[in-house]
Unconditional design. Sequence first.
Length: 333
Amino acid sequence: MDWSERSLRIAAFRDVYAVTRRAEEAEERIRDLHLSHGTGQEGHCLLLVGPPGAGKSVALRRYAARHPDVEEQLRTHRRILGIEVPPGCTLRSLARTMLAALGDVAPSRANQVEATKRVHTLLKACGVELVMMDEAHRLIHTDTDRIAYDAADYIVGLLNTNLCPIVLAGQPHIERVVTTNAQLGRRSVGEVYIGAYEWEDQDQRNEFRLVLNALEQALRLPFPFRLGSAETALRIHHFSRGLLGPAVLLIEEAFKLALDRSLGALSHPLFAEVVDRLRIGDGRRLVNPFVVEALAPAPAAGRDEAVRPRVEEESARRQRRRRQARSEGGHAD
Ligand SMILES: Nc1ncnc2c1ncn2[C@@H]1O[C@H](COP(=O)(O)OP(=O)(O)O)[C@@H](O)[C@H]1O
Ligand SMILES: [Mg+2]
């Protein structure tokens, strides 16, 4: 297979969007907030929170794609302004990022006051109906809440001036941006949580398996492998701790190997190889879910947890399982 075909196949896989209840719920809440624009009500904000890799940015991008810019006679009507809060964010860099997204020609020259004024003017001039700030936890730099307080004030300023609602998306500690500032707290319409899938919860497990089936369709390999089968889905869940980001990465890497080796299907040994490749540092000592015969479900990643579980937790869990298996006379990893 030549490189361009390979790239196209991988890009098609990356484009897959699986409809999930949690993303639909997030979209509904964002739509409610969006509809409050132009009603004369004061601007409100909504938090979209969850651990990294859960699907927050995908939900935001999908909402923005459904509400594209409209070319009008004298302007481009920007219905949604989506920005990513820059790392090490200051109020100045936040204002500049918004200016750049609004098409300002020289955002880097403005100081904070000028930049903020221009942001307000451009938001109005472009007819922005909703601002979506992704990675909003980057507004908090320190343990003192100081930046969070300033950032909250800045956001209240935007809400006051433009009557334009704002979605703040990021890791759960963005709640502090809202809870440390009473004015912003008053403007909050709550939060939507997009988390990891719990294997033990039947509805969540079923949806996780449906997502895997949807992903498999996009691979277009000659032979099916049944990613969503209980057997394989449990192993993918174990590796990803129920987060879609690591699950998709795992499948994509296995898919690449299958293409490079002209294999007609995925397989557990292929996944085992990819797990070994993807794990780094202490993670290498964790159980590889594709090489063991029997596997107990892993708990889903928690609210603030990145996907790699701590080694001690994992080995304690394995010991517990071994003890349990011995007492039941069965086999565990
Ligand atoms: N609904 C979905 N359908 C298909 N893939 C998804 C979906 N949600 C998330 N993903 C996958 O998970 C990855 C991580 O999602 P992302 O939205 O970037 O997570 P977060 O913003 O919560 O850190 C995405 O790059 C995508 O591959
Ligand atoms: Mg994200």
